[in-house]
Design a protein around this ligand. Structure first.
Ligand SMILES: Cc1cc2ncn([C@H]3O[C@H](COP(=O)(O)O)[C@@H](O)[C@H]3O)c2cc1C
Ligand SMILES: O=C(O)c1cccnc1
Length: 362
C-alpha cells in the first residue's frame, strides 16, 4: 500500500564520526564555523561518506493544488492564480525560479489537484480538481488520498533515480495555508486562533473568516489526530498528502531534503507520523512568518537555517538556504587541514579532543 513505509534508516553514523573528527583537523578554531559545521557533518552522514561530495544536482519540486475553502474568503487572491502561477513557474518567472537558478537548482512542478488544466507538467500525477471544502466536507476520498501519497512517493523515486542529491519541497495553491494551519493545530494540540496567519495577506475580515474555517475543520479533524492518512484525507488536501508521501519517501531513499515554510511544515508533520524518524533526513531551510510554522518546527525539533521573515511558499525559503548546504559541504571537503597547511593546531591543554568525543548531533 502507498501508505506503508519501511523503518527509516538514519544517516550513516561512521561518516558522521569521521566528519566530526575532520572538522577538528581543518584550519580554524574548533567549532568556529558554528552550525555550518553541523550542516556539513549531517550532509556527510546523509551521503555515507567523508569528505562529502559536492551537491551537483539540487532539485526543487513544487506540488500544486487548489482548495475548496479558497472560494470562501480565506485568501487575499482568487483561485485562478494557482493555474496562472503554475504557468509562471514553468516559464521561469516565479521567485522560486530565480532563487533556484541562483543556487544552481532546477525546478519541477507537479499538478496534484489544480482546479483547471495546468500547462504541460512532466508526468501525470493529477488526483482530482481541487480538494474538498474542509470545513464542511472531506478533502479527499480514500482512493484519492492513497493516490496522492503514491504520487508524491513516485515523484521522489523519479528524482532520486535521475540523480538528485538534495531535494527541496515547495507548495503552490491559493488557500493552502488554511488546511496547513488546521493540520498543524491538530498535530501539535494548538488552539485555532494561534495557528491562523495572514497567508497571502488577508485583511482583518478575511482573517476572521479563515479562523472560523480553521475552527470548523479542526472540529472535523480532531478525532483523527492519531491517523495521519485519515487526517489529511479529511482536513488536508491532495497536495499536502503528496508532499507528505514525497518527504517520507525521500527518507526511505536516504536523500536529504530542505523543508520550506508552513505548508511544507504541515506535510512534514504528517510524514513524520507516517514514517517515524524520517525527519533525520530533513533540514529546515527557514522560519516562515506564518505563526503555525514555528509550532511545526518546534514539534519536529528542527531549527531553521534562515529567519528572513519570508512568507511566500513555492519552496522559496528552502531554496534561499540551499547555498548554505553547498557551502557546508565544500568547507568540509576542500579546506586544508592543520597538517597539510603547516599551521599549528590547538595549544597543549586545549580541549578540542574532548569536544570531538562530545554528544553527536542529528
Ligand atoms: C502571486 C502569488 C504567488 C504565490 N506563490 C506562492 N504563493 C503562496 O500563497 C498561497 C497561499 O496563501 P493563502 O492561503 O493566503 O492563499 C499559495 O499559492 C502559496 O503557494 C503565492 C500566492 C500568490 C498570490
Ligand atoms: O510559509 C508558507 O509556506 C507560506 C506562507 C504564505 C503563503 N504561502 C505559503
Amino acid at each position: 500500500m502507498s501508505t506503508d513505509f519501511d523503518p527509516v534508516v538514519p544517516p550513516d553514523a561512521q561518516a558522521h564520526r569521521e566528519a566530526v573528527a575532520r572538522q577538528l583537523q581543518l584550519t580554524k578554531p574548533a567549532g568556529s564555523l558554528g552550525r555550518l559545521e553541523d550542516l556539513g557533518v549531517w550532509l556527510a552522514a546523509c551521503q555515507g561518506v567523508c569528505p562529502p561530495k559536492p551537491l551537483v544536482r539540487p532539485r526543487v519540486v513544487v506540488f500544486a493544488g487548489d482548495h475548496g475553502v479558497a472560494a470562501h474568503g480565506v485568501s487575499a487572491y482568487p483561485s485562478e492564480v494557482t493555474v496562472q502561477m503554475v504557468a509562471n513557474i514553468l516559464a521561469g518567472g516565479a521567485a522560486v525560479n530565480v532563487l533556484a537558478e541562483n543556487a544552481g537548482a532546477t525546478v519541477r512542478v507537479v499538478d496534484v489537484a489544480v482546479d483547471g488544466d495546468s500547462p504541460a507538467v512532466v508526468g501525470h500525477h493529477k488526483v482530482r480538481r481541487s480538494s474538498g471544502r474542509i470545513d464542511r466536507e472531506d478533502a479527499l476520498s480514500q482512493l484519492e488520498v492513497e493516490a496522492a501519497i503514491a504520487a508524491g512517493r513516485a515523484v521522489a523515486d523519479e528524482e532520486v533515480d535521475t540523480g538528485a542529491d538534495v531535494l527541496v519541497v515547495g507548495d503552490l495553491g491559493i488557500g493552502n495555508t488554511t488546511p496547513s494551519a488546521v493540520l498543524v493545530a491538530a498535530l501539535t494540540g494548538t488552539e485555532p486562533v494561534a495557528v491562523v496567519g495572514r497567508g497571502t495577506g488577508v485583511d482583518d475580515n478575511g482573517w476572521m473568516r479563515k479562523a472560523a474555517v480553521v475552527r470548523d475543520a479542526l472540529r472535523r479533524g480532531a478525532p483523527l489526530v492519531h491517523d495521519p492518512v485519515a487526517l489529511v484525507r479529511t482536513v488536508g488536501g491532495a497536495d499536502l498528502a503528496a508532499m507528505a508521501g514525497f518527504l517520507a519517501q525521500a527518507a526511505q531513499r536516504r536523500t536529504p531534503v530542505v523543508l520550506d515554510g508552513l505548508v511544507v511544515g504541515a506535510a512534514a508533520l504528517l510524514a513524520e507520523d507516517m514514517a517515524p524518524g524520517s525527519k533525520q533526513w530533513w533540514v529546515a531551510g527557514h522560519r516562515s512568518a506564518e505563526p503555525a510554522h514555528t509550532l511545526a518546527l518546534a514539534h519536529l525539533g528542527l531549527v531553521p537555517l534562515l529567519e528572513l521573515d519570508m512568507r511566500l511558499g513555492e519552496g522559496s525559503g528552502a531554496v534561499a538556504a540551499l547555498p548554505l548546504l553547498q557551502a557546508a559541504v565544500r568547507v568540509l571537503a576542500e579546506m586544508a587541514t592543520f597538517a597539510d597547511a603547516g599551521v599549528a593546531g590547538p595549544a597543549d591543554g586545549a580541549d578540542a579532543e574532548d569536544e570531538a568525543a562530545g554528544p553527536e548531533a542529528g
